[in-house]
Design a protein around this ligand. Structure first.
Ligand code: NAY
Length: 288
């Protein structure tokens, strides 16, 4: 389960329906051009929190059908509706996903006991292993070392997708839990996380920049830090432009220049203006 995973985008049509053909093209591009080790399906980048349960299932099915056993698949099933999360966990287990992941419950101020209960409930009755999805900037949930340790006591919880700039905590986690999988979640900090010996990374920009991400990770693992830093610099030039122009919209527009029908974003996200679409196409020309 180690390596680089693309936080997979989904292609939607103008009405917000899943565009199956486009989704399959995004999957193929990631496997054949970006050459990532796996896909993280229905995460933030997949606009998961904007879609219905039926659409989530549709996406899980299409992706598994397109991928088969070519690369590893992690299914993000976390939801504020715990029955939905449990139902999706069973659904993807039956489909043959390699692992599930669940975002920490957000919006309400859940205490740690409630968070622990959430994970244990999702795992009840499924045989799949789980990766915690921690993204404090978006969820408001900050867990400390001891709390991660308590969650890791459940043997089915095999790791964490660590999307935070707290490198003190990241280093402590690595040191305390050498056998758990730690994935870096911020693409612009991949080199720094790799130096701390994370097991892999999960990122939105890997949809278009997977090759460079893999180089950074491999070079860092081989101790070639100067070379890795050069590639992280180019990567961050690109990420900075993407963030300024509109994260998911810009990645979709860049994919379109490569013949991949990445479609539209779902409301309430807004589509790119023509000016920004031109910018995205320029970025694709420069960086892809
Ligand atoms: C997800 O579930 O799709 C992710 O969290 C992937 C991680 C990304 N975070 C978000 C919120 O999109 O790749 C990062 C991020 O987009 C990138 O580092 C740019 O900041």
């Amino acid at each position: 389960m180690k390596g680089l995973y693309t936080a997979l985008m989904c292609s939607f049509d103008e009405q917000g329906n899943v565009n199956e053909k486009g989704l399959r093209e995004i999957v193929r591009y990631n496997i054949e051009v970006s050459e990532v080790d796996g896909l993280y399906v229905n995460g933030s980048t997949g606009e998961n929190f904007l879609i219905s349960t039926e659409q989530k299932k549709q996406i899980f099915e299409i992706v598994k059908d397109e991928v088969g056993d070519q690369v590893k698949l992690i299914a993000q099933v976390g939801s504020l509706n715990i029955e939905e999360a449990s139902d999706l966990a069973k659904f993807v287990t039956d489909l043959g996903y390699d692992a599930i992941s669940a975002v920490t419950p957000f919006y309400y101020k859940f205490d740690f006991e409630e968070i622990k209960d959430y994970y244990n409930t999702i795992l009840e009755g499924v045989d799949t292993q789980l990766i915690i999805y921690s993204i404090p900037a978006l969820t408001g949930v900050n867990m400390n070392l001891e709390q991660f340790g308590e969650l890791f006591e459940n043997e089915k919880i095999i790791g964490v997708k660590f999307t935070a700039p707290d490198f003190f905590l990241l280093e402590r986690l690595r040191h305390a839990f050498p056998d758990k999988l730690i994935y870096s979640g911020f693409d612009e900090m991949l080199l720094s996380a790799s130096v701390l010996n994370v097991d892999g990374a999960i990122g939105s920009t890997f949809n278009v920049n997977g090759k460079r991400a893999k180089q950074i990770f491999t070079l860092a693992q081989g101790g070639k830090i100067d070379e890795a830093r050069e590639i992280q610099k180019v990567t961050n030039d690109l990420i900075e432009e993407i963030l300024n122009n509109g994260l998911y919209q810009t990645i979709k527009e860049m994919l379109k220049t490569q013949g991949v029908n990445a479609g539209f974003v779902r409301k309430p996200m807004k589509q790119l203006t023509e000016e920004r679409a031109i910018k995205a196409r320029e970025l694709a020309k420069k960086y892809l």
